[in-house]
Design a protein around this ligand. Structure first.
Ligand SMILES: [Zn+2]
Length: 448
């Protein structure tokens, strides 16, 4: 008889409620939730005093595979994700090669099937050159299109800087269009002014003045106008300013929204006060902005103008980060600690457990049309994470799983700990130990 896993006597956090229950996993799926008697073929896990969450679905990561694997790869970064309670992720197209065709997309799926311990999906990249091909492609072949990260390879690759390309895409592409929303023109103007004053050595604290609120707001406002005109399905990635939050709606359910947005954990966690301490380590695009922006983003998350939480996990080596302003790479690793960060806000009474689960698990599934994941429901994939809400530990080099081996959170003490993570019904992470050679699955989705 096949072994089943019974998680006994745990607090199940799901769909707006936290309820004491047992959960039975069988053949990759959730078979039963309620009061369940132990049978001889059950492996029993005592969940007493612990909380069971649906596995997190991270809608924006850069795992660097293929081509940039000195920074991270689908094996190392998916392990870090799982240790952080993340069981599924959607990866961005700015690998080498850039993922600009369905053929390269298929190759990436092939690599993931042999390396990723978590479930995976991938954006198809879009720029001015492949737009005609994308418009002709059957949208059921990809979860969404995105320009995120592609501007690193070539200036002018952002849709926000190419209104005609963006409009053509909105008019003709029915899939989710996820954009990096900043106006390069405004940024370049600011860069020039600071370069005149500081040369190459611009202090990190000026990053949010260069990649300014205006640069974000103008791009987001324009993108929303154009998407509305064409009734397109627009998703604005990693929102960073309080000002932009007012451009989004909260008076209709997520299922009905044509225009959605997200916040990345670091924009809720850090503010411009941290540049002094962390310098280029917290250089992200779009930039970490003010304390007021940070508070405004949390407020918009709580009142549903912001739909999901992502990490934008973007590992670089320390050497690539610790460079003068213009050479220092933007982005940092976050995927191992996103749930811990959010649970720290819970500890501070800033957000409920149910809201965290809504924004990190349920809503990414709804937003991307992901099938049978993101909820603790009978018949759904058993993607779960068991968390101890009273366990103190400190982020240090020796407990990081990233290939790049550093984190902007080193020295941070968390008061919650991820104990176990289940992927497709298997206990993949158990108190720091991984079940290796058990790979995730491609995420199934329905493109409406
Ligand atoms: Zn990104």
């Amino acid at each position: 008889m096949k072994q089943k896993i019974l998680i006994k006597n745990t607090t199940v956090v799901n769909e707006g409620k936290s309820v004491l229950a047992d959960v039975l996993l069988s053949d990759g799926f959730i078979q039963q939730i309620g009061t369940i008697n132990i049978e001889p073929n059950y492996k029993v896990i005592d969940g007493t005093g612990k909380h069971l969450f649906p596995g997190i679905i991270d809608g924006q990561v850069h795992f660097r595979d293929p081509g940039l694997t000195h920074k991270g790869d689908l094996y190392t970064e998916s392990k870090a994700a799982i240790a952080g309670g993340v069981t599924s992720f959607i990866d961005m197209p700015n690998t080498v090669p850039n993922i600009l065709t369905v053929e390269s997309l298929k190759e990436k799926y092939e690599i993931a099937s042999k390396k990723s311990l978590a479930n995976y999906s991938f954006f198809l990249g879009v720029n001015g050159e492949n737009i005609d091909a994308i418009i002709k492609t059957d949208t059921s072949q990809f979860i969404g299109v995105s320009d995120d990260g592609l501007y690193f390879t070539k200036k002018g690759n952002l849709l926000a800087d190419n209104p005609e390309t963006m409009e053509k895409l909105f008019a003709n592409c029915k899939s989710i269009i996820a954009i990096h929303s900043e106006k390069e023109e405004i940024i370049e103007h600011n860069e020039k002014a600071f370069r005149e004053k500081y040369g190459d050595d611009i202090p990190a604290k000026f990053h949010p003045i260069i990649r300014s609120t205006e640069g974000c707001y103008e791009a987001t406002k324009r993108a929303i106008e154009l998407a509305k005109k064409h009734n397109a399905r627009l998703h604005i990635l990693h929102l960073t300013t309080e000002a932009e939050t007012h451009l989004f709606q909260n008076d209709i359910p997520l299922q009905e929204k044509k225009i959605t947005t997200e916040v990345s954990v670091h924009h809720l966690w850090f503010s411009d006060k941290d540049y002094e301490r962390l310098g280029m380590l917290i250089k992200w695009n779009p930039a970490i902005k003010t304390e007021e922006d940070k508070d405004g983003l949390l407020k918009a998350l709580l009142d549903d103008k912001i739909d999901i939480i992502t990490t934008d996990h973007a590992p670089h080596t320390l050497e690539e980060k610790q460079q003068p302003y213009f050479q220092s790479m933007s982005g940092a690793p976050m995927v191992q600690h996103s749930l811990n960060c959010m649970l720290e806000f819970y500890k501070q009474d800033l957000i409920s457990l149910e809201k965290i689960v809504e924004k990190m698990c349920h809503n990414p599934a709804i937003l991307y049309g992901i099938t049978n994941r993101g909820f603790i429901r009978k018949g759904y994939y058993a993607d779960l994470t068991l968390v101890d809400l009273n366990n103190q530990w400190t982020v240090a080099k020796d407990n990081l799983l990233y290939k790049c081996a550093w984190s902007p959170l080193e020295g941070t003490t968390f008061h919650t700990k991820i104990i176990q993570t289940f992927v497709n019904g298997k206990l993949i992470y158990d108190h720091g130990i991984f079940q290796e050679n058990s790979f995730g699955m491609p995420i199934e989705f329905s493109n409406k």
